[in-house]
Design a protein around this ligand. Structure first.
Ligand SMILES: N[C@@H](CC(=O)c1ccccc1NC=O)C(=O)O
Length: 306
């Protein structure tokens, strides 16, 4: 009989799935109900593109600001109308399975958040095949350090990520800031339709450009790292919202629930929301709307309203 690793389940549920079913569960566009898979992906990019054009035309901004020496290491900052240096900052990491997407089509939440006094940062990182998972995690870490150094008077840095971007944001729960000149003023995390255990991805076609080994997946898995972590959260007031769409696949839903439960066991101030009647893409593109339930949730968390 196989002895389970300490603190781990004997067998993760995804290991019982056939290769086809695993592929299906980790293909978000196949779970979209109102559009075909390709149309959903097209609509998502189109809405992202339009939102970015609108944000750049209507909001004071600094675009393509380097946060490192690498060509792909830059970010866009969109400011609220009021004085900006001391506002809260929401830093967004786009999705696309670490191999697609761009900061130039991901300014979804910029207009609704800046209208309420939040500065929004959209971060570029080197997607695969150029970048590896380890490099992306390092880039994301440095982008946050950059914002803290540039805006030391910020009223809190809130990290927001979608899908693969939620994975990158979640890795920051475990970042070692002592290696950097400053510790960022992290006050909250919005983890939207994320992936927290990368092991199943190794066995899907998504791993083609990523070339992830099981060891890479474990080293970069917030679920595994959090289960093994002995440390408590640095700031108990830092709120972690784990959010998944009603029409995300059962595997995406399971990953979010298990990550939330692990956060709770680790003493984090976490909450879980399954958003009614949205799929993997609508969940993010609706952030272009002021009255969307998730826009409101993010604003309430930042301004600490009950
Ligand atoms: N080929 C993928 C694309 C995808 O997963 C995706 C696309 C845009 C933004 C986020 C995505 N998912 C995770 O990062 C799909 O089946 O939908």
């Amino acid at each position: 009989m196989e002895v389970p690793e300490r603190g781990r389940r004997a067998e993760a549920p995804w290991k019982k799935l056939s290769k086809e079913e695993l592929e299906n569960q980790y293909s978000p566009s196949r779970w979209v109900i109102r559009l075909g898979a390709e149309e959903a992906l097209r609509t998502y990019s189109q809405i992202g593109d339009e939102a970015t054009k609108r944000a750049r035309a209507t909001r004071r901004n600094r675009l393509h600001v380097p946060y490192g020496d690498g060509e792909g290491e830059n970010l866009d900052i969109y400011f609220p109308e009021q004085v900006s240096e001391a506002s809260p900052f929401c830093v967004f990491f786009h999705g696309g399975y670490w191999q697609s997407g761009s900061k130039d089509t991901s300014a979804f939440m910029v207009n609704p958040l800046t209208a309420q006094g939040v500065a929004v940062v959209i971060v570029a990182y080197d997607i695969a095949p150029k970048g590896t998972l380890d490099q992306m995690v390092d880039q994301v870490t440095r982008s946050i350090v950059y914002i803290q150094k540039q805006y030391p008077r910020n009223e809190g840095i809130y990290l927001c990520g979608h899908s693969a971007g939620a994975h990158l944001a979640a890795m920051m729960l475990l970042a070692d800031w002592t290696k950097h000149a400053v510790a960022p003023n992290l006050r909250g995390f919005f983890l939207i339709s994320g992936i927290y255990d990368l092991e199943p991805i190794v066995f899907t076609s998504q791993n083609g450009p990523l070339l992830m080994t099981l060891e890479d997946a474990r080293r970069n898995g917030p679920q595994q790292l959090l289960e093994a972590a002995l440390t408590q959260p640095v700031d108990p007031a830092c709120h972690v919202l784990v959010i998944v769409g009603q029409h995300d696949s059962p595997e995406f839903s399971r990953q979010s629930r298990e990550f939330y439960q692990t956060l709770c066991r680790g003493g984090w101030n976490a909450s879980f929301e399954e958003l009614h009647d949205v799929d993997h893409f609508e969940i993010i593109w609706k952030l272009t709307q002021d009255d969307y339930v998730l826009t409101q949730m993010i604003l309430r968390t930042i301004f600490q309203e009950p």
